[in-house]
Ligand binder design. Structure first.
Ligand code: UDP
Length: 243
């Protein structure tokens, strides 16, 4: 099992294939206890340079998947090329295909997690969705009740889609209370599975231009692309020689 990591702007990202990532995740479920998996893209890594709590969250994660082509490019610049990009959406999809695991879907607007659950059941009638909960809540007031609902469901895997960095923080802050053996933070995944947001056409994904498609569809994301640019420049000129 590959434990290789590449340090990118001080964040240790797993250098791993999709197959290895799924094997590792299944190992966590078998082992029990608490495990967290996040999918850092350049934006999260950039944010974590200034945000101490987010850095701590990433440092304490069990697995950090190289989401976003920017992370894979950074590994190449550092001459420690990663085998492939392992996107959070694709990883979650692979997890849903694994037999004998139950999932709790937490996040997105009211109704979306339920719609995602219906679609997952249509695709795979044997899947167990132990529960769902939308992602709009008062953190101080509602968190205990949400955790109770998740724990009572008996789910093995908690899928959290609250956006970055809210989902990473929420999982980390509640790590001692959550019963699922694996908690995964994967942004807009439930929106895509529910069909309320369209994923980029395959050609964009193949050419690693998914970020461009999302920017054209949602021009408010343009600021996020400056981060990608700044990230690559920093890796190129400052981080390149840091092992
Ligand atoms: N979201 C949520 N609660 C919040 C803020 C956001 O459940 O308080 C959801 C939102 O509805 C969407 C997801 O989080 O389903 C964020 O999706 P996005 O594609 O923006 O993810 P990111 O790019 O931040 O990973």
């Amino acid at each position: 099992m590959s434990d290789k990591k590449v340090k990118i702007l001080d964040v240790n990202v797993n250098s791993i294939t999709m197959k290895q990532a799924v094997e590792k995740a299944l190992g966590y479920i078998k082992e029990g206890g608490f495990h967290s998996v996040f999918t850092p893209n350049p934006e999260i890594i950039w944010l974590s340079q200034k945000d101490k709590e987010l850095k701590e969250v990433l440092d304490n994660a069990d697995m950090l998947l190289p989401d976003g082509i920017g992370v894979v490019v950074a590994s190449k610049i550092k001459k420690q090329p990663m085998p492939e990009r392992v996107g959070g959406y694709d990883f979650t999809r692979e997890m849903f295909k694994q037999p004998g695991i139950s999932f709790f879907l937490f996040g997105a607007k009211p109704g979306v997690a339920e719609l995602a659950a219906e679609n997952l059941k249509k695709e795979n009638p044997n899947i167990t969705i132990a529960g769902t909960r939308n992602g709009y809540f008062d953190e101080a007031k509602d968190t205990d009740e949400i955790i109770q609902q998740i724990n009572d469901s008996g789910a093995d895997v908690l899928i959290v889609c609250l956006g970055v960095p809210k989902q990473e923080r929420w999982i980390y802050r509640n790590r001692d209370k959550l019963s699922p053996s694996l908690c995964i933070g994967v942004g807009g995944t439930l929106d895509v599975i529910a069909g309320v947001v369209k994923r980029a056409p395959d050609i964009y994904i193949k050419l690693n231009l998914e970020w461009l498609y999302r920017t054209v569809k949602q021009p408010s994301r343009i600021k996020r692309n400056w981060v990608l640019f700044a990230f690559i420049l920093k890796v190129l000129f400052i981080d390149r020689k840091n092992k």
